[in-house]
Design a protein around this ligand. Structure first.
Ligand SMILES: NC(=O)c1ccc[n+]([C@@H]2O[C@H](COP(=O)([O-])OP(=O)(O)OC[C@H]3O[C@@H](n4cnc5c(N)ncnc54)[C@H](O)[C@@H]3O)[C@@H](O)[C@H]2O)c1
Ligand SMILES: O=CCC[C@H](NC(=O)CCC(=O)O)C(=O)O
Length: 486
C-alpha cells in the first residue's frame, strides 16, 4: 500500500517500481506507481478537504502540525535511518536532516506570523485589515538529495497557511515519503488534507498538469523546473515556486589560514557527496605560490576524505551517491572536462560496480576555453586559476545560474567588493557555502529559481494577501463629496 489518497493507503495501479539502497544495490521498497486516474482522485480529495481545513483556523491547524512535530521527534532515529538507507548518505548527516525537519515546524510558525498572518491599523475611514488566505490545493514535488527536509519545507508552511497538499516525491526516495505520510496520518490530519502519489514522469506530469491545482512548489533540477515554468506560462492565477540547481562559485583571495580555507572548501564541495544544490562547483584560486600551496593542501585533504556505506563505522564523510547511474554520470562529466583540456588533480573514481560509491575528484580547468555551464551534481570540484580579482568575479558570474556563491578572504573590503558584484541568492563570507539556515530565505536567481525563495520566505508563496477596509456599521462621512446631497 503505497499511495495515500483520501485518508487511505491504497496500492498503486500503474507499473512496478523499486527503491534500492545505492551502497548495496539491495531493494528496500517496491510497489506500483500512481496512475493519472489516481492522481485525479488525490486532487479531488484535496479539493474536497480544503475549505474545511482552512476554516478550522490557524490554532487548530497548528495543533496538528505540532502533533506531527512530536511524531518526528519520537521517530527521529527511524527517519534518519530510512533516509540513510535510501539515499546512501552517512548516518551523521541524515540525523542532521531529521533534526532540520523538526526545526522546520518552529521556523514555519515564526515565518507565518512574521511574513503573513494578521494585522490591522486604524485609518480615517475605519480600519485597514490585512489577512492572508491559502491558495487552495497545492502540489509539492521533492528531490532525492534531501527527501525529508526539502519537501517538508514546502508541506509544513503550506498546511499551516490552510492549503491542502498532494505530495509527489522523487521516484528515487519513495520510502522516506511513505514514512513522512505515516507520521502525518498519526498526527491526525483530516482526510484529504495531505495525499501522496508515488511515481515517475507519468505521475509527475499528470499532477503538474491537473487543472484543479492552484499552486506547485518544486525543488529539483533546473531542467525540470524550466519544463514546469513553460507549462505554467499563461496561468497567472497559479503560483509556481521553483527551487533549482546551481553552478556555484567560491573565490579564494588573501587567506592566511590555509588549513581553515581547505576545510571550508571541502565542506562546500564534497558534503553529501556533492549532491547539494548549494555545493561549490567552481573554485577560483589566485595564480602564484600562495595559490599553489593551497591547492597542494587541498588535493592532499581530498585524497584523504573517507567514503563509505551509510552505516560504515567509523562513519565516512561521504556516503554513496544516489545511484550507480549518478556515479557513472560523474565519471562521464570528468572525462568530458579532461577531453576539453582539464587536468586532473585528484581523480574521481567509481569505487564499486553496481553502487553509487565514488571517490571525490578535483580538476584544474583553467585551460578549458569554453567551460560548460553545467551543474555536475556530485563530488567533482573544478579549479580555475585567476590573475586579478575582477577577472575572478567576472568568471564567477559567467553562469546562467545564481544560487550560492562565496569568498574566503581575510579582507572585509574584498568581501564588500565581491558582495556588490556577485549575482546569487546566497552569498557567504569566510564560511562554507552549503548548510544554509532555515531562519533565512533560501533561493537563487537566473536558472536557479523564479524569485519565490523558500525556507523562511516559504510562507510568502503559501498564501495571498487580502486587504480590507472595514467599519462596524455603515455611516455617513462627516463631509459629503462635492456635488452630492442626501
Ligand atoms: N534550490 C534548491 O532548493 C534545491 C534543493 C535540492 C536540490 N535541488 C536540485 O535538485 C536536483 C536534484 O534533484 P532531482 O534529480 O531529484 O531533480 P528532478 O528535477 O529530476 O526531480 C524533482 C522532482 O520532479 C519530478 N519530475 C521530473 N520531471 C518531471 C516533469 N517533466 N514533470 C513533472 N515532474 C517531474 C521528479 O519525479 C521529482 O519528484 C539538482 O539539480 C539540485 O541542484 C535544488
Ligand atoms: O540541496 C539543496 C539544499 C541544501 C541546503 N539548504 C537548505 O537546507 C535550505 C534551508 C531550508 O530549506 O530550511 C544547504 O544549503 O545545504
Amino acid at each position: 500500500m503505497t499511495q495515500f489518497i483520501k485518508g487511505q493507503w491504497v496500492p498503486g495501479l500503474g507499473h512496478d517500481v523499486t527503491s534500492k539502497n545505492p551502497a548495496t544495490n539491495e531493494v528496500i521498497w517496491s510497489s506500483k506507481t500512481a496512475t493519472p486516474e489516481q492522481v485525479n482522485t488525490a486532487v479531488d480529495a484535496a479539493r474536497d478537504a480544503q475549505f474545511d481545513w482552512f476554516m478550522l483556523g490557524f490554532d487548530a491547524r497548528l495543533a496538528i502540525v505540532e502533533a506531527y512535530r512530536t511524531q518526528l521527534e519520537e521517530n527521529k532515529a527511524e527517519i534518519a535511518e530510512v533516509i540513510a538507507q535510501e539515499t546512501g548518505k552517512p548516518q551523521w548527516e541524515t540525523a542532521t536532516e531529521a533534526g532540520a525537519m523538526i526545526g522546520k515546524i518552529g521556523l514555519s510558525v515564526a515565518a507565518y506570523n512574521k511574513r503573513t498572518g494578521y494585522s490591522e491599523n486604524d485609518i480615517p475611514a475605519g480600519r485597514a485589515v490585512l489577512r492572508h488566505k491559502p491558495h487552495g490545493v497545492v502540489a509539492v514535488f521533492g528531490p532525492y538529495n534531501f527527501p525529508g527536509h526539502l519537501p517538508n519545507g514546502h508541506i509544513v508552511p503550506a498546511l499551516l497557511a490552510g492549503n491542502t497538499v498532494i505530495f509527489k516525491p522523487s521516484e528515487l526516495t519513495p520510502k522516506v515519503a511513505e514514512l513522512m505520510l505515516k507520521l502525518w496520518e498519526k498526527a491526525g490530519l483530516p482526510v484529504g488534507v495531505i495525499n501522496l502519489v508515488q511515481g515517475e514522469l507519468e505521475t509527475g506530469k499528470a499532477l503538474a498538469a491537473h487543472p484543479q491545482i492552484d499552486g506547485l512548489f518544486f525543488t529539483g533540477s533546473s531542467r525540470t523546473g524550466h519544463i514546469l515554468h513553460q507549462q505554467y506560462a499563461g496561468e497567472p492565477g497559479k503560483i509556481l515556486a521553483l527551487e533549482m540547481g546551481g553552478n556555484n562559485p567560491l573565490i579564494i583571495k588573501g587567506v592566511e589560514n590555509t588549513k581553515a580555507a581547505v576545510h571550508d572548501i571541502i565542506q562546500s564541495a564534497y558534503i553529501s557527496s556533492g549532491q547539494r544544490c548549494t555545493c561549490a562547483r567552481r573554485l577560483y584560486v589566485e595564480k602564484g605560490a600562495q595559490g599553489d600551496a593551497l591547492l597542494e593542501l587541498l588535493a592532499s585533504a581530498v585524497k584523504q576524505i573517507k567514503v563509505g556505506a551509510w552505516n560504515a563505522q567509523p562513519q565516512p564523510f561521504m556516503g554513496s551517491m544516489i545511484s550507480e547511474v549518478a556515479a557513472k554520470g560523474m565519471v562521464e562529466a570528468q572525462r568530458n572536462l579532461l577531453n576539453l583540456g582539464g587536468e586532473s588533480l585528484v581523480e574521481l573514481t567509481h569505487l564499486e560496480a553496481g553502487t553509487g560509491l565514488v571517490s571525490p575528484g578535483l580538476i584544474d580547468v583553467t585551460n578549458v576555453i569554453e567551460l560548460p555551464d553545467e551543474e555536475y551534481f556530485g563530488p567533482l570540484l573544478q579549479v580555475i586559476r585567476y590573475s586579478d580579482f575582477d577577472e575572478a568575479i567576472k568568471l564567477a558570474n559567467s553562469t546562467r545560474y545564481g544560487l550560492s556563491a562565496g569568498i574566503l578572504a581575510d579582507s572585509r573590503e574584498d568581501y564588500d567588493y565581491f558582495l556588490a558584484r556577485i549575482r546569487a541568492g546566497i552569498v557567504n563570507w569566510n564560511k562554507q557555502i552549503t548548510g544554509a539556515s532555515g531562519a533565512a530565505p533560501f533561493g537563487g536567481v537566473g536558472a536557479s529559481g523564479n524569485h519565490r525563495a523558500s525556507a523562511f520566505y516559504a510562507a510568502d508563496y503559501c498564501s495571498y494577501p487580502v486587504s480590507s477596509v472595514e467599519a462596524d456599521v455603515v455611516s455617513l462621512p462627516a463631509n459629503l463629496s462635492p456635488g452630492l446631497s442626501l
